[in-house]
Design a protein around this ligand. Structure first.
Ligand code: DON
Length: 361
């Protein structure tokens, strides 16, 4: 039954007749299908799609990705937040979740890291839900900075604007705009929103929080500059502290896969069925993820995979294949941009091998 749902979830909507034809043709070779007349091309595409995304195929590709990259030694843990330097750099887990809630996973998928910058997606989504997509575009911005995620000069270069909600400046700014009577309520809302995306209560990493909150003068400076430019919705230092808390929430590859699948499923958690984000806002969030999710490497990532994605310096990464798959990977060693090395390799491999690059559909 799950297998059937699985196949159907990957077949284009409205192609009922076509998909029935496909079902009976799944086992035929490409050459045999090609000989069938005017519908041939379309039929062939559907057959290949449904066949290539069978449970067996997904599991095989998942295993290949894990085996291929588990011994990759490139990159290193972030150490500018001291608690991140001591996380097990061998940790490697990959989880794939379909919009109907089917989970495929391999490796250390229950082990947690701090979510770090991936939290920025959910805070921005909360602000978008409360204040609309125009607010995000006009007040924070939706363009790439072309500079590092913690850049101060980027703010000055862009006329006092953070440019987008996924650099530290934009995330601190977004945090300040979450509607709340005080910072306690603001934090509670941001935290429970992440829980809703994950479909469970997420843990909190006290060590990472203590490590960062006592050493985040750069972020405090950013918040003060934004405040001076009239861009903050609440006290800048309080917002920086709430932002730091959001970065300290623990997530596993499983959690990230589920959070990504909530985006892939039009803003509804595939397991709990809870609507977390209006469907109309999902493409807006995905557009910002495509533009700025992997920072200075966002262009290369999009070129390679066609997917909106987001990374964090804890070593997590999530990627969204709209309507098809949520991908979550955890592996702490990072490249020079601050993106998980094995995370990018594994997600890109899976997208390529399953033929699910959204820009190639
Ligand atoms: O504010 C910081 O620097 C961290 N809490 C988050 C940075 C981060 O994850 C950037 N990601 N690649």
């Amino acid at each position: 039954m799950q297998n059937t749902n699985q196949k159907h979830s990957f077949i284009k909507r409205g192609a009922l007749t076509l998909s029935m034809v496909c079902a009976s043709l799944v086992l035929l070779s490409t050459t045999a299908v090609e000989a069938k007349g005017p519908m041939t091309k379309e039929v062939k595409t559907e057959v290949v799609k449904s066949a290539s995304l069978s449970e067996t195929r997904i599991n095989a590709v998942l295993k290949e990705a894990y085996e291929k990259f588990k011994n990759n030694q490139d990159g290193k843990n972030a150490d500018y937040i001291k608690a991140l330097a001591i996380v097990d750099s061998k940790m490697f887990g990959i989880t794939l979740v379909t919009p109907d809630g089917k989970v495929y996973e391999i490796g250390d998928t229950k082990d947690v890291v701090s979510i770090q910058s991936i939290s920025k997606v959910f805070t921005a989504a909360k602000v978008m839900q409360e204040k609309g997509d125009k607010f995000i575009q006009e007040k924070i911005g939706v363009n790439a900075t072309g500079l590092a995620f913690n850049s101060i000069i980027a703010i000055e270069l862009h006329n006092g604007s953070a440019s987008n909600p996924f650099v530290n400046a934009g995330a601190i700014q977004a945090t300040s705009w979450v509607k709340a009577k005080d910072s306690k309520e603001r934090w509670a809302k941001i935290y429970s929103n992440m829980d809703d995306f994950a479909g469970k209560k997420l843990g909190f990493n006290d060590k990472v929080y203590e490590s960062e909150v006592n050493d985040n003068k750069n972020n405090q400076a950013i918040s003060k500059i934004l405040d001076a430019r009239g861009r903050m919705g609440s006290d800048p230092l309080e917002a920086t502290t709430v932002y730091t808390k959001a970065c300290s929430v623990n997530v596993s590859a499983h959690d990230l896969g589920m959070m990504a699948a909530t985006f892939a499923n039009d803003g509804v958690n595939p397991v709990t069925g809870k609507k977390v984000l209006d469907k109309k806002y999902v493409p807006k969030m995905l557009a910002v993820m495509a533009t700025a999710g992997l920072y200075d490497n966002a262009g290369d990532w999009l070129y390679l995979t066609g997917t909106p994605a987001k990374s964090g310096v804890g070593g997590g990464i999530l990627a969204v294949v709209p309507g098809k798959l949520g991908i979550g990977v955890v592996s702490p060693p990072l490249d020079k941009f601050g993106n998980s090395v094995r995370g990018q390799l594994a997600a890109a491999y899976i997208i390529e091998k399953l033929g699910i690059n959204p820009l190639a559909q």
